[in-house]
Design a protein. Sequence first.
Length: 126
Amino acid sequence: MRRQSSLFAAIGVCLFTAGCLSPTETGDQPGTPGLDAYKRNQYAAAMEIFQAEAQQYPKNPYVEFNIARTYAATGHRDDAIRYYRMVRIDGQDVDVDSGVVAEGRKNEDLAEAACDHLIAMGVACN
């Protein structure tokens, strides 16, 4: 029983750090634990976190972008394209966060960054 309560406490901490507050409430976006996993090439763990965030924050372009990037990194091209296209719709006028995309891209929005990724994949950006 004690082991079970410790497990539930650990899950609670994990869920909290994965972004239980909405981006508008905190002033930033979800994704930090997922991005950490992504940067360590732990794509399955990153995707699990990003998918949970997508359930909690539907149409959040940061989450969609991270899902797209993870699909692209794991060779799921069609899924990556689908999510980059979602970002093209939901990410307009949303500033690029250097932690989400890449340094030096602060003058564009997520929609433009998604377009760049689509073009790099040889897909028309429309």
